[in-house]
Design a protein around this ligand. Sequence first.
Ligand code: ADP
Ligand code: MG
Ligand code: MG
Length: 886
Amino acid sequence: MAKKYVYSWGDGKAEGSGKLKDLLGGKGANLAEMSRLGVPVPPGFTITTEMCRFYWENGQKLPEILKEEAGIALKNLEKLSGKKFGDANNPLLVSVRSGAAISMPGMMDTILNLGLNDEVADGLAKLTNNPRFAWDSYRRFMQMLGDVALGIEHEKFEEKLNEIKAKKGVKNDLDLDADDLHEVVKLYKEVYRSEGKEFPQEPVEQLWVAVEAVFASWNNKRAIKYREINGMDKMGLLGTAVNVQMMAFGNMGESSGTGVAFTRNPNTGEDKTYGEFLLNAQGEDVVAGIRTPQPLDQLKEINPEVHKELIDTMNRLETVFKDMQDIEFTIENGKLYFLQTRNGKRTAAAAVKIAVDMVNEGLITKGTAITRVKPADIEKLLHPTFDIEELNKAEYFGKGLPASPGAATGMAVFNADDAEAKAKEGLPVILIRPETSPEDIGGMDAAEAILTSTGGMTSHAAVVARGMGKTAVVGAENIVINDKAKTAISNGITIKEGDWLSIEGTEGKVFAGKIKTIKPTGLEGDIKTLLDFADEVSDLGVRANADIPRDAKIAREFGARGIGLCRTEHMFFEGDRIKKMRRMIVSKTKEQREAALAELLPVQKEDFKGLFESMEGYAVTIRLLDPPLHEFVPHEDAAIKDVAESVGITEEELRKVIDDLEEFNPMMGHRGVRLAVTYPEIAEMQIKAIMLAAIEMVKEGKKVKPEIMIPLVGNVKEFTLLRNSAEEIIKNLLKEHQVDVEYKIGTMIEVPRATVTADQIGENADFFSFGTNDLTQLSLGFSRDDYGKYIGDYLEKGIYDSDPFQHIDRNGVGRLIKTAVDLGRGANPHIKLGVCGEHGGDPESVEFCHLVGLDYVSCSPYRVPVARLAAAQAAVEFRRGKKVNY
Ligand code: ADP
Ligand code: MG
Ligand code: MG
């Protein structure tokens, strides 16, 4: 059988209906579905998206087969409507409407009243006894066909319309009468001629012109850009469908009108219909803001029957489509028609409320509810946002990577000390730095937000800001930051110390000046309920990366079940611990080092105990010291002098130590397990501290599950060396204290060699935690601190689809992870597998973690809710047949 390019609806028997979205477009499929349900829709037919594809692949001409098939559908439409196309005595007028499978504002505007010409307009005037209506419809049609299909500027028509209004001395087009509008039609014909075009009088010709314009609009600049921005160009869409539909006239007088309505409030989610309408109006008049529409409730007073039918049908549509519907309707002389229904757009708060309410009403399952809320929506609800009105007026300053979500406003400071000093005075500050380092922690903590010009999504600034739940934009390469001169320059604006600045971390935008922020709702009420649903359906556990009890507590409140990464090095910067740490580093002998470590031990033990307490009952993974020691020594003259004094060596000696620690490539330097290989006593101290804290917990009758994690292992022998000495220490401690502790010893998998030897390591380890930041860095050979300089070119040229530090590179790094999972589980079926890189809080990467069958993801506390939702969505979507995409 030949392919079918045209589908009719309106006879209550539409085939296929809702399921044919890809072929009929969203609008067409739903019109057919409504007609099948017996909802009053003006009859019509849909030309498929396949025909759009055909059109583009065959020289942009409408083929004869289409004209034949559409001709039959048109005859059918005449029969259903009881009117005839082009018949002046009883004319059928139609609208021509575009509609792709996914709604796309970039495409062609609708053409209304098609089928009118001089003769038909005259006839319509007589038939309806309403010449004003006839000429109003005609002039609207001429304008729309000219503007939308024939490329004549809208303005040219408006000029003529205004000419007549001026002549008449009126402002509103409702004040023009039939004669005036007849006059407008004449002037519009002149507009066509002055553009070298003739208004087509033949209705069938009008139809083909309009249909062709819809197909052509699929590839106009606007549409292409829209698909690109919204990632639709990779979705394999065929094109747009065209809907040809009998007109329902909302402009026939005061018993007619048109409107839009939602089955629930799209702003708040409240379960109450919400909408607006205009009497004696057509098409987009309601949204165009020409006149002020009336709220839906007022329709009840004007026409209670129509109001009731509207509300009843809307409720029915919601029950059928099982989601909040956004509908368009028109009333023609007291008769109600539905022109469109679709799942309505809504605010983040409404999305959550509607999803939860619909579960409680028994309309949808928990699994469905979870897919109704975007992870980004949860992020929005849990972070401050900018006041929309002020944001719209704000002065754009620059853009960087969206390192940590939220919105913040404050005064510019250019170093950590100034940030702390100003914050002490109670001033809100934004810390602006070329980049940040561990020494800036205090200033970062004091600031409302952080802005840097270098570094990527896993740079120090990004990681720390996310951990603190603080808004940050990093790697804003176009903003020139001079921390000596204390200026930031971009977009022709210079920000000096003390100037106001506003940072938006969800999209990565920076604005000059002050913008009001709006407080987030917090994890309570419906959001909490929704995330509880999420945990019920999800296969992945969610833990948090947290170093201190305060963060662990926040993580618990956000629903983290355990800590997947405690970076012990962060503990060494606080208060006077750094001094002890430095004394340890400058030690010349093992004895000296052990003495310094002995001072650190009780401090570390207390830290760990605090973490265990705030995560009671859940696993807490503690990573042994990871960064190169160079990060702990001072670098500025004054600090060097100070430190030398306090640790009791000469400045000279200290400088020698610092020089010795310096490395060409610290990221691949003396760090991670390598530190433990060289200085076993550091690891020993940490292991003791972990176990002593755990032992205390047990003695106090509390539950504890410590997990000791060895970083940067690439060779199983590194691991076994550490494990053996750890087991020895632990055995002795447990014996000495006469208690039992359930503990695990595992490793981070972040060196590519570890992934391909994961069977050897897995045989000896209790868990793997993929450190995807380093794994990405080392696999791609991209330094995460410098890749910002070229990643833009890589993305532009399509070498990578997205920033590999933001979303896991499934094709490369992903395969290494998959290999390690298979090898690890093969060697040790009980091995626990997780991710603790920054990817653990990125929805797209969480989906990947679900796909490869990890046990958990771990991310910064503030991203825990997002990860919970993303994990649940992955579980639901793949269970429902989403294709595995790696
Ligand atoms: P969009 O995709 O931009 O919403 P539509 O195809 O829905 O465009 O058309 C816009 C408006 O035109 C509709 O909201 C409706 O008011 C009006 N319209 C479209 N078709 C008809 C019709 N057959 N009868 C009356 N009005 C129509
Ligand atoms: Mg519409
Ligand atoms: Mg690492």
